[in-house]
Design a protein around this ligand. Structure first.
Ligand code: ZN
Length: 231
């Protein structure tokens, strides 16, 4: 079926009571036109005192451009509602589909016989790099190549999204690299570095890396696809 706002709203109300004890306040529901991204949970983040984060501007976007079986659509809506639950309760998860997300998803699947899943979709050409359905468009994201040099020092390159494959290939040709890692971060700390189109690396201290990388999503390049790193 093609999703309608009424269908999504009905799902939201039904599963809010069934799976979330009715704890989720109403939020805007929008119908999207994306063909690759079936659902999105949209939110904004602001930093508060002592580095605490506050989430706001919630909305759920479900595509109306793709014909999807009804139960699968329901599972997509519930998937977005799990993101909403975690943000609404201000729960810290290890990544967008981290331990907390998976625990809630598995418990709902088991209790209610659902088939909610995690599908990663990354489109490096999009205005906003959306990891699967999770959209942080209010918050700038930074695609980082972190290089460890053979002498042990580290450097960072904030890549222009369209250049990441090229830069990943070029950096080892210009520098003596020991290790290269790729991350997606929304930490405003990385705003100090220009977005690179060329293989330029800025030195960064271990202390800065340790305080600004833990929240980032670890990515890998597999052929010509960027995807969250499988551990
Ligand atoms: Zn998701």
């Amino acid at each position: 079926m093609i999703a309608t706002e009424k269908f999504v709203q009905d799902c939201f109300d039904r599963f809010n009571i069934l799976c979330f004890n009715g704890e989720l306040p109403q939020i805007p529901i929008e119908m999207g036109r994306a063909r690759k991204c079936l659902g999105k949970f949209h939110f904004c983040v602001r930093r508060k005192f002592l580095g605490k984060k506050e989430y706001y501007g919630f909305k759920i976007i479900i595509t109306k451009a793709v014909d999807i079986p009804e139960t699968e659509l329901e599972d997509i809506v519930i998937h977005e509602m799990i993101h909403y639950y975690i943000a609404h309760k201000n729960i810290n998860d290890s990544s967008p589909h981290g331990t907390v997300f998976k625990a809630i998803m598995n418990s709902i699947n088991q209790k209610f016989g659902r088939h909610i899943s995690i599908r990663y979709r990354i489109n490096p050409d999009a205005d906003c790099l959306a990891v699967d359905d999770l959209n942080t468009s209010c918050n700038k994201t930074y695609l980082l190549i972190v290089t460890t040099f053979s002498e042990g020092q580290c450097g960072v390159t904030v890549c222009a999204k369209s250049k990441v494959f090229e830069l990943y290939r070029l950096i080892p040709r210009y520098y003596k690299t020991k290790k290269m890692e790729l991350f997606l971060s929304n930490d405003p700390f990385f705003d100090r570095y220009p977005r690179s189109n060329t293989p330029k690396i800025y030195k960064i201290t271990q202390a800065d890396l340790q305080s600004h990388l833990p929240g980032a999503l670890s990515l890998e390049l597999v052929r010509n696809v960027i995807r969250p790193k499988s551990h």
